[in-house]
Design a protein around this ligand. Sequence first.
Ligand code: NAD
Ligand code: G6P
Ligand code: MN
Length: 442
Amino acid sequence: MMKKQIITIAGGGSTYTPGIIQAVLNNADRLPISEIRLYDIDAQRNADMYLIIQYMLEKEGFKDVVISSTEDPGTAFTGCDFIFSQIRVGGMKMREKDEKIPLSHGLVGQETCGLGGFAYGMRSMSGLLEIVGYVQKYAPDAWILNYTNPESIVSEAVRRQYPKAKMINACDMTISIEETIAINYGYDRKNWIPTYYGLNHFGWYTSIYDKELKRDVMPEIIEKLTTQEMQVADFNAGDKTWQEAFSMMSVITKNFPQNIPNNYLEYYLYSDMVVEHSDKNYTRANMVMEGREKNTREMAEKIRGGATKDILNFNFGEHGQYIVDMATSLLNDERRRFMLIVPNQGAIPNLQSDAVVEVPAYVGATGVEPISLREPISDFHKGLMEAQVAAEKLLVDAYFEGSYQKALQAFTLNQTVPNARVAKKVLDEMIEANKEYWPELV
Ligand code: NAD
Ligand code: G6P
Ligand code: MN
């Protein structure tokens, strides 16, 4: 019988934890578990999540699975097999600043893109490197499956400090795009073998081979995208932000009909439109605080109040299933295919080898095997990506060297920024706002 696994969730209090644990339980035949540990620096969030997961385990009949929550890294990581990492350094309150400070200067204010993403990156690197350090110390054989954002930046930092870390960096956006396309235009995503390249939240599909239809369906999907905007799928139902994001895919595709884009390219290619549509006093962070965060607190409150029915209320689409599929692929050598964030090393042949890119990769018992695209990419995509890679690398330099100059160069090079003057203004405000979190820059 397969050894039962111990899973530690780093950022246990994350709003995504219930969705991930639900996926773990749904796949217990491929991923048998003996223990779930919630690790967080926030005891209150951890305690809330403990109640929710304990409730879920009972409801689903997993009486033998041990659940614990802890703020102590030794207790959290010693002897564990998998770490699912999803921390948010500074929480939603700092995300709100990431979004509002650039917007107050007329620039894109977003969680992972533009200068908000860079500010978040400077906070997130320290938190994630700390987690990777704990795992090296307490569970060196365990796999870290990481969702923590901004993925390109944190992956670059880990690549530098812990080049041998057993870590897989993944983003759910490509499956979310594929699922939304399939639902809108009447396909079954399970039949698809998509090919895609780029950086995280910054990439393009090159083909989507459908095994049942026996053809590349990307050209016909592009045709559909240009004539009929997509509606959000049920897992994003009623969500205005995601509706706008998927509508923007039509704008991008009309102008650049060679590929299906990642929706996040809107922030770089149409930053003016995005700023126009933004409310600088009420951003995505506000929506999430009043939505997902409040909802999670309410689930815990209901359990505390003794309720026994109608407690669980969440739907994150394939987010949990995707990370669970990675774990089972490692554990059972399933060699499933994922879009993963990996050092390039020739996967995109005409892009620098030390860029961190997002490409298809197979996952099995020996880890990650990215595929090489073989074909060189176009000058348009290459130019956009090279500027972004350089900006991200400068930001990571700034973090490790404590260099103000490198941070200013990174902020200036970011493609949502029109000039060095505004880059400096936003940087100086971000330094002030992030005093508790960023390394000192001199
Ligand atoms: P959240 O704020 O609800 O949860 C994050 C948790 O991390 C909080 O409970 C917080 O206390 C904890 N935390 C913060 N710093 C920590 C540290 N140093 N050590 C341990 N725990 C710490 O955020 P969320 O909306 O659930 O998102 C969680 C993370 O997952 C974010 O980084 C988000 O960007 C990322 N995310 C990534 C993807 C993806 O596709 N890659 C998808 C969704 C979310
Ligand atoms: C997608 C992206 C994530 C991002 C999330 C934001 O899932 O792939 O990287 O963190 O969206 O969602 P939110 O609801 O927090 O704005
Ligand atoms: Mn993502």
